[in-house]
Design a protein around this ligand. Structure first.
Ligand code: AMP
Length: 371
């Protein structure tokens, strides 16, 4: 799995490593040297983003040169505002000098236009421009760039001096904004609330994987695996399978679907530590739980639904009211606290789980379409 980092509210995935950047700078230095060997160029870094590029470039440059900076700014968040401001000006005269501007990244060219505007009025001998990264797909200006390090598609990148709202500049490698996020929904509710029925209907509509931990355990029991034998000793009595076993099993199941658009988790999480483990596990992949949808059904209706289901399901835990009561008790004591966990995070959505299957599906769709 490629490395994922989080800056503020966004996830970024590994894109270009430091070694490749180093090679690109070697190449830029030798191109500039070929052109300007007998000059004493003034290298001008465009702050803030270029400071690391500038430092590495200058240390590699083997001839006499001078260094200066200007500070320009056009970004807010992840998009260029289009308006470029000069925040700090030059502190030396450039008249008659050979000037090489060092930019970290050129995308729309708005900053570049401002650079040309600032430097062309200074009677320099020669003005050249080098950029470490260049985004040809979005470059709109008819302006010349003399040296290009690495051309990249139109992606928002951080690291190696580049930031997202001031974070990420210190990263040695470059990371790109992760945009291909999954949709992960937890279908929640007491036994018999209709989670399985609804998940089956929703998975095709949203092209998601329906992951029922109860179904996975039952499969293992049918196949008499080690995990099945452990699960059976709890399930048949209506008790929860221990967290450590359940969490590892869930991770394995999620990892089987590396290209999934997302998951409908049915029957997981059922405890706070399962919810925490799910957040951490998805976080490592740059993913989140988008929302928990709770199907709310009064207990007397649930009991009659389960007894009815028990006539055909063949599930031992559906067969007696005593086991059903144990399952409700497990829910009350260990699972119902999850409402608060997701509510605190603004991710709890309650739905009336009594009505026709279609009505309930419609109500869930309304929620999913808005998260
Ligand atoms: P279900 O099919 O969701 O009603 O689950 C049936 C049984 O499987 C539960 O009563 C538990 O014994 C076990 N089980 C399913 N999911 C979990 C979970 N997330 N944590 C612990 N046990 C679970």
């Amino acid at each position: 799995m490629s490395k994922i980092i989080k800056l503020h509210d966004k996830f970024f995935k590994h894109y270009i490593d430091a070694e490749q950047i180093d090679k690109a700078i070697d190449s830029l230095v030798s191109q500039v040297l070929d052109d300007l060997d007998d000059e004493e160029p003034v290298f001008i870094g465009i702050l803030n983003g270029s400071f690391i590029f500038m430092a590495d470039f200058i240390r590699k440059y083997p001839s006499h040169c001078q260094v200066n900076f200007v500070k320009l700014s056009s970004y807010e968040g992840t998009s260029s505002t289009g308006k470029v401001n000069q925040v700090i000006g030059l502190t030396q005269s450039l008249e008659g000098k050979t000037v090489v501007i060092l930019e970290d990244v050129i995308d729309t060219g708005n900053t570049l236009a401002k650079i040309y505007e600032i430097f062309e009025g200074m009677n320099v001998k020669e003005l050249k421009l080098a950029t470490l990264f260049f985004k040809p797909d979005v470059f709109k200006k008819d302006l010349h760039i003399d040296y290009i390090g690495i051309s990249i598609p139109d992606r928002f990148v951080v690291g190696y001096g580049l930031d997202y709202n001031e974070l990420g500049r210190n990263l040695k490698d470059v990371y790109e904004l992760k945009t291909d996020n999954m949709k992960n929904i937890v279908l929640f509710g007491q036994p018999g609330a209709g989670k399985g029925t609804q998940a089956d209907l929703l998975k095709d509509r949203y092209n998601l994987i329906h992951l029922s931990t109860g179904d996975v355990f039952r499969r293992h029991i049918a196949e008499n695996t080690d995990l099945g034998r452990i699960a059976k000793s709890f399930m048949n009595f209506g008790e929860l399978v221990p967290d450590s076993v359940t969490i590892e099993m869930l991770k394995d199941e999620v990892n089987k679907h590396r290209t999934a658009n997302g998951f409908i988790f049915d029957g997981f999480p059922r405890t706070i530590s399962q919810a925490q483990a799910l957040d951490a596990f998805l976080g490592e992949k740059g993913e989140i739980v988008n929302g928990l949808i709770s199907l709310e059904v009064p207990e007397d209706i649930l009991v009659s639904r389960i007894i009815e289901r028990g006539k055909t399901s063949g599930r031992p835990d559906d067969q007696s009211e005593e086991k059903i009561r144990i399952r409700f008790n497990e829910y009350e004591t260990k699972t119902s606290v999850l409402k608060g966990y997701y509510m605190e995070r603004g991710k709890y959505f309650g739905i009336n789980g009594v009505g026709s299957i279609d009505e309930i599906t419609e109500a869930i769709i309304k929620v999913i379409d808005n998260i």
